[in-house]
Design a binder for this molecule. Structure first.
Ligand code: SF4
Length: 350
């Protein structure tokens, strides 16, 4: 079983309470099974009795994890409790025990993996994933910034490039989707691929090499692209109250990749980043790490979004900034919060 590769985390986490307050799902379900300790205890039992993997308790708990990797990131020993859950999902799928809705969603995601490149030949290509496509103001803002920076670019559109499939435990299908994306990228001749969605960033940076897929181009999140172009952009300084914003960290950028570019770009533009909530360790992404939690459990995502709203100083007036089109979408939809992406904040100064 794949969970055996994470035996050290299983053994360490099952008796540890240290990071339970950082488990976003546990904080809204108030259930100990939704913490790294609870999940490790369940999987430790699976390692002794493999049949237990198929139990409702294990399957539902694994599929309602938000996979923020927050606990791993802040764990003093960095035990990979997040990798353990992903391995458990893979074991569940390979045992044929995935819930029906998960299997159906994976089949749809697999079918969506067809990619189209548009625009005049250029060195840069911009990936418009499904959350960015749903909120055209994000790609519109990127376009404004790229034009101001005099960077011509092509676009690549399509469905799942493998990330959601991988988080669901469908490794082979994830590899197929990622290969289709890599093939389309290679055919485009692009040297740099820029993505707004941190999930896509992690897929290209980490999943592709792990799946044995080599990319020929450099991968950048839009915040890294923007930070690299700021010196050449003529930007107004943000004025008055509009200059004070709350930046909500992306799970994939901070906890998976330690990318600091979003804060750097916003600060260099003149925004004052206010502290959000009670600490800077929790995940306020409302399930970004799980990619497709709204499709599987919209009620849970609503609870996560409402929890973020409850941490606002003034939920009606605060401007929240995110590097994640997913987080913007769910916080707006489920909690009515005012959320902008990095692209929108920077383009508003042009
Ligand atoms: S990730 Fe670290 S802090 Fe969290 S339960 Fe495991 S050992 Fe404890």
């Amino acid at each position: 079983m794949h969970i055996q590769k994470f035996e050290d985390a299983m053994k360490a986490c099952r008796f540890c309470f240290m990071c339970r307050h950082l488990s976003a799902v546990g904080n809204v379900t108030f259930s100990e099974s939704d913490t790294p300790r609870g999940r490790a205890l369940l999987l430790d039992k699976v390692s002794m009795n493999p049949e237990f993997l198929r139990s409702e308790a294990v399957v539902s708990t694994m599929y309602q994890s938000d996979l923020s990797a927050c606990c791993r990131f802040h764990c003093v020993s960095h035990y990979d409790e997040n990798g353990l859950v992903l391995a458990a999902r893979r074991d569940i799928v390979e045992a044929g025990a995935a819930p029906e809705n998960v299997g159906k969603l994976a089949a749809e995601l697999g079918k969506s993996a067809a990619f189209k490149v548009s625009g005049k030949k250029a060195d840069t290509i911009y990936f418009i994933d499904r959350y960015t496509a749903r909120q055209p103001e994000i790609s519109g803002a990127f376009d404004k910034i790229a034009k101001a920076a005099k960077v011509p670019y092509m676009t690549i559109t399509g469905g799942c490039l493998g990330k959601a499939l991988k988080t669901l435990g469908f490794e082979n299908e994830a590899k197929k989707a990622a290969s289709a994306f890599a093939k389309a990228l290679a055919a485009s001749g692009a040297k740099v691929v820029v993505v707004s969605n941190p999930a896509a960033y992690d897929a290209l940076k980490n999943d592709c090499p792990a799946l044995g897929i080599k990319l020929k181009c450099k991968v950048m999140h839009t915040s890294e692209f923007i930070a690299g172009k700021l010196a050449g952009l003529k930007l107004r300084k943000p004025a008055g109250k509009a200059s004070a914003v709350y930046y909500l960290e992306s799970d994939f950028l901070r906890n998976y990749n330690e990318v600091a570019a979003p804060r750097e770009a916003l600060t260099r533009c003149g925004f004052k980043l206010l502290p959000f909530g009670t600490n800077n360790e929790e995940s306020y992404s409302a399930g970004e790490g799980a990619c497709v939690l709204p499709e599987l459990n919209p009620g849970l995502v609503k609870l996560l979004a409402e929890k973020v709203a409850s941490r606002c100083d003034d939920a009606k007036k605060d401007t929240l900034v995110t590097a994640s089109p997913y987080t913007k979408h769910v916080l707006t939809k489920y909690a009515g919060l005012k959320v902008k992406t990095i692209e929108e904040m920077v383009s508003s100064l042009l």
